[in-house]
Design a protein around this ligand. Structure first.
Ligand code: CMC
Length: 427
């Protein structure tokens, strides 16, 4: 196949380079098109636009494939843990056992929030959403560790390993501080003898005299984090890269990514799924009424559909069986899990969903596990953010190492043409 394409526009033809990725994905390189022809390309919502070359994650949405740095998600979910995957994403290779223990020690050492950051999070308005608190906490953390947060790309790169470990360590503590404040409990200090997820569960929920946390619960949480760790150029990651392209430090870039993740069509969908399942449950519907209203465009089947996957999201497949295991370990039954299963069964046989290639995505089953673990619904997206942090950081690093230009899309202007100022008295 030729490595050039020809675009004809008006009386002129323009030669475009063809970029070919390592998985044989092809793209027409239009970076010189405006310079050569005076026109730009138009792609509302970027569904057909490659914004960068990246070596972090590969997705084939038609085949339902997801790989971090070349490793299949199902194999990582079975054999690795979250902190190991953090290093894989951040450095490009699986760590040796010495590298992993060094990272674990670093994360453990960084778990205590600087006191001014803890105070900042605790002094936020009582009704603040946990995602807003997380974004604020990240900016405060950058302020407290200003040597890691300089906006001097070279310095921020030199300090990147420490900044990444600090952010990964601090996010659970920030989430727990915000939660404890909301429920009127004082902050519980991290316990360095616990692993990452046990420590987080304990900081969130443990009370004096509680039994130790069941290891199968922290394993379920570890799996959720691992499955969310990266997903190439989604809304929040593209936001992170966009902010980083302007030269901003990792703390600011991730605070922006957290805000982008918050919306119900992105990370907020895991909350929306639970709200939807609870509504269906309390209305006495077995799910068929809701499916009908989704088909009529009156509602959306949350946790279904994906911009990239036109097949079963491989993460949803893993979470579906993890859901059964977690509920069994907790010894609880979940009526909303039965509704979720029924919705899936009905939707996957319905021409509306089949024709549009709408399958369960990562959010369809994750919320049920999080609810069973005791997380309040409005903290679910925070959990997504904790899991996604290593991915955002890996993309920040990629931009800092290879990004040459600030990201700056163009537009087709559809507003008023030139008009003249009318004095206030005449309007
Ligand atoms: N329920 C009912 N209909 C749907 C759904 C849904 N969940 N998703 C898409 N459709 C329909 C949509 O109405 C449209 O129909 P038509 O062609 O008749 O107009 C068609 O399918 C294509 O949908 P789209 O909105 O153009 O697709 P998109 O690629 O822009 O949106 C999506 C992707 C994930 C935003 C969307 O599927 C959705 O809103 N899903 C529910 C929210 C959700 O679960 N989001 C989490 C995504 S995975 C985690 C993450 O990446 O953050």
């Amino acid at each position: 196949m030729s490595d050039k394409a020809t675009l004809t526009f008006g009386d002129s033809s323009f030669e475009l380079n063809v970029l070919i990725g390592t998985e044989n994905e092809k793209a027409l390189d239009v970076s010189q098109l405006r310079k050569n022809s005076g026109v730009i390309t138009y792609d509302d919502g970027y569904g057909n636009t490659g914004s960068c070359e990246s070596s972090v994650t590969f997705i084939d949405g038609d085949k339902g494939i997801l790989r971090y740095r070349g490793y299949d998600i199902a194999e990582l979910a079975e054999k690795a843990n979250f902190l190991e995957v953090c290093l894989l994403l951040l450095n490009g290779e699986l760590p040796t056992s010495a590298q992993l223990s060094n990272f674990q020690e670093k994360v453990s050492a960084f778990q205590n929030l600087p006191s001014e950051v803890l105070k900042a999070v605790e002094s936020l308005p009582a009704n603040i959403h946990p995602m807003a608190s997380l974004a604020t906490g990240l900016q405060a953390l950058g302020g407290a560790c200003s040597h890691l947060c300089t906006n001097d790309r070279q310095k921020d790169l030199e300090n990147f390993d420490d900044a990444a470990a600090l952010i990964i360590a601090a996010l659970p503590a920030l989430a727990a501080a915000s939660h404890r404040k909301k429920v009127g409990e004082s902050f519980k200090n991290p316990d360095k003898s616990h692993n990452y997820c046990t420590n987080f569960l304990s900081m969130m929920f443990a009370k004096e005299g509680d039994k130790p946390i069941n290891s199968s619960l922290s394993k379920a949480l570890d799996l959720i984090f691992l499955l969310h760790a990266d997903h190439e150029q989604n809304c929040s990651t593209s936001t992170c890269r966009m902010i980083a392209s302007g030269g901003a430090n990792p703390f600011a870039s991730l605070a922006g990514a957290v805000s982008a993740l918050w919306g119900p069509l992105h990370g907020g969908a895991n909350m929306a799924v639970i709200n939807m399942l609870n509504d269906i449950h309390s209305s006495g519907d077995d799910g068929s009424g809701f499916i009908q209203s989704a088909k009529e465009g009156k509602s959306r089947l949350m946790g279904f559909g994906h911009r990239v996957y036109r097949n079963y999201d491989p993460r949803a497949k893993i979470l579906k069986s993890a859901c059964d295991q977690a509920l069994e370990a907790l010894g609880v039954s979940s009526p909303i899990l039965d509704i979720a299963r029924r919705l899936e069964e009905v939707a996957l046989q319905d021409p509306y969903f089949i024709d549009r290639k709408l399958y369960p995505n990562v959010d369809f089953y994750s919320g049920i596990i999080l609810q069973a673990l005791g997380f309040p619904t409005n903290t679910f997206t925070v959990l997504f953010a904790i899991g996604r942090a290593p991915g955002w950081l890996a993309h920040w690093k990629e931009i800092a190492q290879t990004g040459k230009r600030i990201h700056r899309p163009r537009q087709i202007y559809q507003g008023s043409t030139l008009r003249y100022y009318e004095p206030l008295a005449n309007r």
